[in-house]
Design a protein around this ligand. Structure first.
Ligand code: CU
Length: 225
């Protein structure tokens, strides 16, 4: 009798702990178990709004800081105003300048964003919080998968979502869904990611579509000859 009660107590304790912690391990393969980007796909060459979604604290400890690394090639990054968190950006020098807003040239790009010193820490379980930023998805990234490595710093300990797939994955990798599940469950800390797709129309309705290489007149002529 005593043993059974002890068993029940243990189960209860386990359920409580997992509910409070938001559970990393149990649902590791589910897309909502870790830090994830709200959008699963983004268009190459689009200025895109992103939200990094933090879904739980570190083993029951509330989140007090979130750091994120911007993937290479992504420029014109800005951080959404946030009244609860202080935001900070770290810059890096670009190998060669790229066009920015209104024709000026950029020599630096945002390398890292940090959200810290919250009005109150994000509770460890039962809620999620979104961290907004935007930026230009690289034009030449269509078909690629971009990874946004993030670290959650908690009142006690931290969770690092910085792992990358063992083999390079792209949108056209055969068996991609299965390989993504493998990647997301291979370690406790898979990096959030977004699949970059080629747009079929310009981002804004007042823009002309750039002719793709396949439609270029010279190639059509070459094909006709
Ligand atoms: Cu997790």
């Amino acid at each position: 009798m005593l043993i059974i009660q002890k068993g029940v107590a243990t189960v209860k304790k386990f359920l409580f702990a997992t509910a409070a912690a938001g559970v990393c391990g149990l649902f590791a393969a589910s897309a909502s178990a870790h830090n994830t980007l709200t959008n699963m796909e983004a268009y190459a060459g689009y200025m895109t709004d992103f939200e990094m979604r933090v879904t739980h604290g570190c083993k029951g400890s509330p989140v007090k800081e979130v750091r994120m690394k911007i993937p290479d090639g992504m420029v014109r990054v800005s951080v959404g105003n946030n009244r609860d968190w202080k935001t900070e950006v770290k810059m890096r020098k670009l190998d060669k300048p790229v066009p920015g807003d209104g024709g000026n040239m950029l020599t630096e790009a945002v390398d890292e964003i940090t959200w810290k010193d919250p009005a109150s820490p994000m509770p460890a379980g039962g809620v999620f919080e979104g961290f907004k930023f935007r930026g230009m998805v690289p034009k030449d990234a269509a078909g690629k998968i971009m990874f946004f490595r993030t670290i959650n710093v908690c009142t006690e300990g931290d969770d690092k979502y910085i792992d990358l797939p063992k083999e390079e994955l792209t949108a056209s990798t055969p068996g991609l869904p299965k390989k993504l599940i493998e990647f997301m469950s291979a370690t406790p800390g898979p990096s959030p990611f977004v699949i970059v797709v080629k747009p079929t129309k310009p981002q804004y309705p007042w823009e002309e579509m750039e002719p793709s290489k396949a439609e270029a007149p010279t190639q059509q002529k070459a094909a006709a000859n």
